[in-house]
Design a protein around this ligand. Structure first.
Ligand code: ZN
Length: 113
């Protein structure tokens, strides 16, 4: 198994096995990062990785995970922005006994009962 030398922001250079490193590639932007649990301080370290570094790590046997942007990002946003009052109304709504039935039945604006 190949050894990967990486840098922890706290401990400096650390040596890892390829099994201790993971590469993540975003399917939308193709931007890559790699992450590892520092063997000294046990902090999770995540760093950006250029295409060249991604290819190098993957060819050395590092596991690559492709991830997608959350679908909610491309949803159309309409209606007024949620306010603290809306949040408070939602909180009280959830305290009522039949909040779920109310929501299923169409609900209406929160706190409007
Ligand atoms: Zn460390």
């Amino acid at each position: 198994m190949a050894t990967v030398r990486a840098s922890c922001p706290t401990c400096g250079d650390v040596e890892l096995t390829t099994r201790e490193v993971q590469v993540q590639v975003c399917s939308a932007t193709e931007e890559g990062t790699y992450s590892f649990l520092c063997p000294n301080c046990r902090l999770m370290v995540n760093k950006p990785a250029e295409q060249r570094v991604v290819e190098l790590l993957v060819s050395a046997g590092v596991k690559v995970v492709n991830w997608d942007m959350p679908a909610e990002l491309s949803e159309p946003k309409c209606g007024p922005t949620i306010t603290y009052d809306d949040l408070l109304a939602f909180h009280f709504e959830l305290e009522s006994e039949n909040w779920f039935e109310h929501v299923i039945a169409g609900g209406g604006p929160l706190g409007s009962r």
